[in-house]
Ligand binder design. Structure first.
Ligand code: SF4
Length: 419
């Protein structure tokens, strides 16, 4: 075996080479032997090929430059790839691949060590954060949103219920003279499994027992049956993660449609339950501002400010393991096809893009920013200065942010805010 064959076989190890279509593997092999690409160059070409396929863009054989010199070929390839990565996306000719048609997972009930109550897993001092406490009522999620970071934490095919969840929850000792904000929608979707294993019964009992807790259920489902059929504690918020139809259809697989989510929220608001809406991630693509505006306008028509406690905005942020995980999946997404810039150790859009999308979103809800029933707006996982650029103000500390949020939620829920 000649030395370059050894070199090539070494370079393709621990890469997505074998996940590429055979004709693309052959193409990379042929070009590598012709130009004698280095180990790193081969790995980069494999990643580029994987991304182009995942984004459903021009394939490597089309994009590959013709030139006699390796150096010129490689730098032109990187340039062409970067232009495709950074251009404004379009879902017009985007075709999905291997998208699960139905939720396939198994349920497991097991005694879990410890109790999943802790600070929001994505909170950071580098971003202006609300100090949300998250409660892992269920582990893993049955939906399949391509941008979701949970997928790197849990086994997607097994949904785990803690057999001692209720006991632990009701034994939880909290300071009754302090208001807490606890969310259940981080490690899983709060409502998609309904009252399976009595989870919602336990959470309702906990909320009734702890009126100083503001308990937030966050969801992409329309499974509100338990809330319609039972007395709901007054200190509960039900919030929906919303997006445009384009993103829901192309990136939020197996979730409830936009209309189903909004109608579910409407039904709970009719029952006097305070609702809220999270636009996270807002995703940039050609025509996105107009499509988001339609959603914003639909909400301000369907809901009164007095019925809505919060609206939050956020966008894509990536950690390397997620990008690697997505490349490892045999499906298509455009979610990583963005101009990645550093964002507090993660990657995200450039600030100019963020300011455009966040200011547009905030200004679209101006009717909900007036008077004593005004809605609480916030940015999630964003750097301090993005607040000033979006809202014209920022909180000096995370505690100030939390204070303002809980005071506003308490007012909306008609309960005392205990500091
Ligand atoms: S702002 Fe977002 S990321 Fe930060 S603590 Fe609150 S929910 Fe978590």
């Amino acid at each position: 075996m000649d030395s370059y064959t050894d070199k090539f076989n070494l370079a393709i190890q621990n890469t997505f080479f074998t996940k590429l279509p055979l004709h693309e593997q052959e193409f990379i092999r042929e070009k590598s032997f012709f130009y004698k690409f280095s180990n790193q160059e081969i790995k980069r070409i494999i990643t580029i090929t994987r991304d182009l396929e995942m984004w459903d863009e021009k394939r490597i054989s089309i994009l590959f430059p013709e030139h006699s010199q390796k150096k010129v070929v490689f730098s032109r390839l990187i340039k062409a790839y970067t232009e495709i990565q950074n251009k404004k996306n379009s879902y017009d000719n985007f075709s999905l691949k291997n998208i699960p048609k139905e939720q396939k997972f198994t349920f497991k009930v097991a005694e879990k060590q410890g109790f999943g109550l802790g600070l929001c897993p994505v909170a950071s001092e580098k971003t202006r954060c609300c100090n949300l406490l998250t409660l892992d009522a269920v582990e893993s999620c049955g939906f399949d949103c391509s941008y979701c970071s949970i997928q790197s934490f849990y086994n997607q095919n097994t949904i785990t219920f803690d057999s001692s969840f209720k006991d632990k929850l009701l034994k939880l000792e909290l300071d009754p003279s302090k208001t807490y904000h606890i969310g259940t929608g981080q490690a899983s979707d709060s409502l998609m499994f309904g009252n399976r294993e009595g989870v919602l019964d336990a959470l309702f009992e906990f909320a009734f027992k702890n009126p100083n807790v503001i308990l937030e259920f966050k969801t992409k489902s329309d499974n509100i049956k338990h809330f319609l059929e039972n007395d709901v504690p007054p200190n509960i918020l039900c919030t929906w993660s919303l997006n445009t139809k384009t993103i829901i259809e192309n990136e939020e697989h197996l979730t409830a449609s936009l209309d189903k989510r909004v109608n579910a929220a409407r039904k709970l608001a009719d029952k006097g339950i305070k609702v809220g809406f999270h636009f996270h991630p807002i995703v940039e693509y050609i025509g996105y501002l107009d499509e988001y505006k339609e959603v914003y306008d639909m909400l301000t028509k369907k809901f009164k400010a007095s019925e809505v406690a919060l609206v939050s905005f956020g966008t894509l942020t990536f950690i390397k393991p997620i990008i690697k995980q997505l490349r490892g999946r045999e499906f298509r997404t455009k979610i990583t096809q963005i101009e990645h810039v550093d964002a507090s150790g993660k990657t995200s859009y450039p600030d100019t893009t963020k300011v455009e999308m966040f200011k547009h979103a905030y200004e679209s809800f101006s009717v909900w920013q007036q008077g004593k029933e005004r809605v609480f707006f916030y940015l999630c996982m964003e750097e301090h200065q993005m607040w000033t650029k979006t809202f014209g103000y920022q909180y000096p500390t995370n505690n100030d942010f939390e204070h303002a949020m809980l005071e506003s939620y308490s007012n909306k829920l008609g309960q005392d805010y205990l500091i």
